[in-house]
Write a protein that binds this ligand. Structure first.
Ligand code: GUN
Length: 300
């Protein structure tokens, strides 16, 4: 049986198919682990990822823990660096300089957000582009914008992997990205453009968001506003990718899209949790391996 396409939305009510990030992430992670093992078997060194956390933001602590655990499982060495919430920008820049020089470190990840006294742009600009496994350095973002090979931001890359896994062809489709952050929305729009979609980016100043969303063949939402997107806004047969991970008062996680409503109309939809989140980590491992494979020793 052929996979449903955008032109053939599911006929049954509530029949949206799940874009299962948990399952796909396991496949990606298994492939990375196999390539790491092969690299080591051929006398290479295990890739190394330095993870830098400044302060005690609880959500960041959880994300960092997951990233470090995923590294261990893939055979990637991780180096955890903690700075306290009052750390100066200078101290963080010195640490990055040290990691840039360290031949054991192939990738550097500075968990965001950073405390207010630290200028995030100066910090990201200091990471050597070849070690920038988050793909946030202007050189990598510029390469992505120009369609050149680059270390690509992990969440948008993970979203593209999910689309590929379901053989969803973006060419000529109208893609609407809701949210214009540097971490997700902007690079996501660039990814979709590279895949030859027609791309619209909605943000806080956008007028009549429902009208825009109603046109979307492919909808990607990354706002951090739980339940912002209502099911009745979804174009029947659309593909819905929900990047939001919001914790509710009862401790449960929910996305930026009203899932139960949206699945009645969409052809494909990501669950929260278990959709985009696991793919972000899988792509971080992939990027770390890629950085190690491309590593050249440049004294700085
Ligand atoms: N904070 C939220 N998402 C991310 C991410 O993908 N990378 C980093 N470094 N910080 C984040």
């Amino acid at each position: 049986m052929n996979a449903p396409t955008l032109e053939s939305p599911p006929s049954a009510v509530g029949a949206a198919r799940l874009l299962d990030g948990r399952a796909l992430a396991l496949q990606v992670r298994a492939r990375v682990a196999a390539e790491v093992a092969e690299r080591i078997a051929h006398g290479g060194q295990a890739p190394g990822l330095a993870v830098v956390l400044v302060g005690e933001d609880p959500a960041s602590q959880v994300y960092v823990r997951h990233k470090i655990k995923a590294c261990e499982e893939a055979g990637i060495r991780s180096y955890s660096h903690r700075l306290d919430a009052q750390a100066s920008e200078e101290a963080l820049l010195e640490l990055i300089d040290r990691l840039n020089r360290d031949p054991q470190v192939d990738g550097i990840l500075v968990q965001l957000p950073l405390p207010a006294q630290i200028n995030v742009q100066r910090v990201l600009a200091r990471i050597r582009p070849g070690k920038d496994v988050d793909g946030f350095h202007a050189e990598n973002l510029g390469r992505l914008a120009a369609g050149f090979p680059a270390l690509r931001p992990c969440t948008p890359k993970g979203c593209m992997r999910l689309l590929d896994s379901a053989q969803i062809d973006c060419r000529g489709k109208l893609a609407v990205v809701v949210g214009a952050s540097n971490i997700v929305g902007r690079p996501m729009a660039l990814e979709l453009l590279s895949a030859e979609a027609t791309v619209l980016i909605a943000h806080k100043q956008t007028r009549d968001l429902p009208a825009l969303v109603r046109q979307a063949d492919i909808l990607v939402v990354a706002t951090g506003v739980p339940g912002l997107i209502r099911g009745e806004w979804i174009k029947p047969g659309a593909v819905v990718i929900d990047v939001g991970i919001n914790r509710l008062g009862d401790g449960s996680l929910t996305g930026d899209v009203c899932f139960q409503e949206a699945r009645e109309r969409a052809a494909w939809i990501t669950p929260v949790p278990g959709g985009v989140g696991p793919m972000t980590i899988a792509c971080l491992l992939e990027n770390t391996l890629e950085a190690a494979q491309n590593a050249v020793f440049i004294p700085v």
